[in-house]
Design a protein around this ligand. Structure first.
Ligand SMILES: [Zn+2]
Ligand SMILES: [Zn+2]
Length: 376
């Protein structure tokens, strides 16, 4: 069996992830740890991995410590660092993106006080791994946050059974990209909670890596697993910018512009190690108006939902949700169909696992923020 899995690792070729072709679609990874807290690499090592993986931004979020001005200044113009912190509270963890350098975190564990302090500092606040088996978010009475992690790689791999973990571990040595694809699971709890919150107000949903590149083996020894390079290929947030971003060149959009787009839900998540989702499109059109993820569109009595997927991928399964309820499910590459009324529309798209030991399981590939069609 072991030999079979190793052979499969050598035979299954997953796509190489190249640089984003459309400059208005900035593709980056959110939630990465360095040596400043419990990650194994320096900022320079993380940036080298980000360049190797052709990212167009990266959000570094160490535990309870902000980056310094000089660390942030390490970034090239087409690969900005979003300065972040992962704030630990008595109710769980949240990310504060776009936090000023050297921000001093108040010395409290109270989640309301810390959320308020991050808000006062102008940060985009995202609940981290809200259903993590060890550190879930527990204070659902507060609404003083802007987004939540729907996918968190570090929380997701823990949902697998022993055999899938063993399969991935064996594959990792010969095909690390396939190994991490095997560990992908649909975060049902997160989607359900997100839909519940979306009934009250817009909340941006994002995917996060939560990369540490470190597993503690005891006796002071560490294993650099999963490494930064394979880990930064998995869950990537595709940020959709306006053509005037970056002073007319979106490829040079600043960290602040990217954070602003994320905060407004102008993004979708792609599990790009399965297949690069670049160019995926999800729109609602009504008359001459058209809106993508995060946009608001008035209901005028008729509108169409339009989805198109990158043509090189295998045949996807597309699910459409209206106000948290699934309204359609179809194996197709494109959708263009009428909708029947106002609501928050979002989509989840799945691809089959490659290789024999993936059992052709439908695997979450893309999820988008909603388009809000509002009643007049
Ligand atoms: Zn955490
Ligand atoms: Zn973390």
């Amino acid at each position: 069996m072991v030999a079979g899995i190793l052979l499969e690792g050598l035979l299954v070729k997953l796509p190489i992830i190249s640089k984003a072709e459309n400059a208005k679609e900035r593709i980056g990874v959110i939630h990465v740890h360095t040596k400043a807290s419990d990650g194994s690499g320096t900022v320079a090592e993380v940036m080298a991995a980000a360049e190797k993986d052709n990212l167009s931004f990266i959000a570094i979020t160490d535990h309870n410590v902000a980056m310094t001005e000089s660390e942030i200044a390490e970034d090239p113009p087409d690969l900005p660092i979003i300065s972040g912190v992962e704030v630990g509270t008595s109710a769980g963890h949240f990310l504060a993106l776009g936090i000023p350098p050297s921000w001093v975190q108040p010395k409290t564990k109270d989640d309301r006080d810390l959320l308020a302090a991050a808000r006062a500092a102008g940060a985009f606040r995202i609940l981290a791994h809200p259903f993590h088996p060890h550190t879930p978010w527990t204070d659902w009475k507060t609404s003083d946050f802007d987004g939540m992690e729907i996918w968190n790689e570090d929380a997701t791999w823990r949902q697998n059974n022993f055999f899938t973990l063993l399969d991935a571990l064996l594959l990792y040595g010969v095909n690390d990209q396939l190994a991490l694809v095997r560990l992908a699971r649909t975060p049902e709890d997160n989607f359900a909670k997100w839909d519940e919150l979306l009934q009250q107000r817009p909340v941006a949903g994002i995917c996060a890596a939560d990369t540490h590149a470190r597993i503690r083996l005891g006796f002071g020894r560490d294993w650099r697993f999963p490494g930064y390079v394979p880990s930064l290929k998995v869950a990537r947030e595709h940020v959709l910018l306006r053509p005037d971003a970056g002073g007319g060149n979106p490829a040079l959009a600043s960290a602040a512009e990217i954070v602003d787009a994320l905060r407004n839900g102008h993004s979708y998540c792609g599990l790009d190690s399965l297949y690069p989702a670049d160019g995926f499109s999800f729109h609602v059109s009504s008359g001459n108006a058209s809106g993508g993820p995060g946009d608001f569109l008035p209901w005028t009595g008729a509108a169409r939902i339009q989805i198109s997927t990158p043509s090189g991928a295998s045949l996807p399964l597309i699910k459409i949700f209206r106000d948290g309820h699934e309204i359609s499910e179809e194996q197709t590459r494109t959708i263009d169909e009428p909708i029947t009324g106002p609501g928050g529309y979002r989509t989840e798209v799945f691809l089959r696992q490659p290789g024999l030991t993936g059992w052709r399981r439908w695997t979450l590939w893309v999820f988008t923020n909603p388009v809000y069609v509002t009643a007049q």
